[in-house]
Design a protein. Structure first.
Length: 354
């Protein structure tokens, strides 16, 4: 049994905690919070042991009536792996603490790649080897790596060009923007997303440009890939359909954007309306000669969650990547496919927690 702690119970941390808790080979020892807010209450209501991330704030939790199991130092002494889900940049400040406890650590994509021994994506990373820390790449990089890896393996990728329309903030981030604008973010082209993909797929030539829009639901990617071969549109669709962490949205489903995608996820029983899979509009997949075009949406709150679970096993066990992915998918119910897809029943209609 792998003993896991989650440092930071926010947008990503609460989802990682839930995902770890349902793995048969993992024990969620506890989660941390910096302040006794609604998130701390939610963690306790879920039955998770709560630890205070900053030692001198312990009294604030007790005064608020929220019992704690200890401090971050106590949690680090009790776990085999710590998953850092602190806000971007805070993980770098936490690293010396993890190293002092000799605790293997997993960081998120908001940190620089240099924070860890290797960047990680369950589908696309090469051999990791014996390391003491991993960085699960960002939601956008995760989505692009999942898509480009099978294309590169099957046909070769001569050049990938991606325009990212990014959400302005998560639903709970009331201080984010823009409010009524669409802005280049960053204004420099290409953006930093392409180099981040290269931390996973170093041989893939990829350029990215990014915009930020006043929405909270998901990111949208407009993708053009020049392939090494000339497959048919149907061949590419079948290739991508076989990827368990890609969901090909059938045209007849009537799903026309992020709002209906999230509504669909909630209606089929996904906790919080989460979509762990890349959501690719099947009708957008088109091949002209060597050029492939498609649109995909990436749920920024959720798509890195199964990757964090697989990263835990990579640090703590010698289980193969394929076996870990299969275990994670089964426990969470990853592998969505609509009953409206060509071919009938979807491959996996399990709702999270079932």
């Amino acid at each position: 049994m792998i003993r896991v702690g989650v440092n930071g119970y926010g947008t990503i941390g609460k989802r990682v905690a839930d995902a770890v808790a349902v793995q048969a080979d993992m024990e969620l020892v506890g989660v941390t919070k910096t302040s006794p807010d609604y998130g701390a209450e939610a963690a306790l209501r879920r039955g998770y042991d709560l630890y205070v991330a900053i030692d001198d704030r312990a009294d604030e939790f007790e005064d608020a009536g929220l019992g704690i199991a200890g401090t971050l130092d106590d949690l680090l002494d009790a776990v085999d792996v710590i998953v850092d889900c602190a806000p971007g940049g805070v993980g770098e400040r936490n690293r010396p603490t993890y190293e002092a406890h000799d605790t293997p650590a997993i960081y998120q994509g908001g940190e620089d790649a240099a924070i860890a021994d290797a960047s990680f994506n369950a589908r696309a990373s090469g051999e990791i080897g014996d390391v003491g820390s991993l960085r699960v790449v960002s939601c956008n990089t995760t989505g692009l790596s999942r898509l480009l890896a099978p294309l590169d393996e099957a046909y070769g990728v001569e050049k990938a060009r991606v325009t990212l329309v990014r959400r302005g903030g998560d639903p709970s981030e009331t201080d984010r923007g823009p409010i009524n604008d669409v802005v280049p973010d960053p204004a420099t082209v290409p953006s930093h997303h392409g180099p981040d993909v290269n931390t996973i797929l170093p041989d893939v030539d990829v350029d990215t440009a990014a915009l930020k829009a006043p929405v909270t639901g998901m990111h949208t990617h407009s993708v053009n890939v020049t392939l090494g071969g000339e497959p048919t549109t149907d061949e590419v669709r079948e290739l991508l359909r076989d990827e368990t962490r890609l969901f090909l949205i059938p045209e007849r489903a009537g799903i026309d954007g992020a709002g209906t995608l999230k509504d669909y996820a909630a209606d089929i029983g996904r906790d919080r309306g989460d979509l762990w899979e890349n959501c690719v509009w099947e009708e957008s997949i088109s091949v002209e000669g060597k050029d492939l075009y498609l649109f995909q949406n990436v749920h920024q709150e959720a798509d890195v969650v199964p990757e964090n679970v697989d990263a835990v096993r990579t640090l703590a066990t010698d289980i193969s990547r394929e076996e870990s992915t299969a275990r994670t998918n089964e426990a969470l119910g990853v592998g969505l496919d609509s009953l409206l897809s060509d071919g009938g029943a979807g491959r996996n209609q399990i709702a999270a927690g079932d």
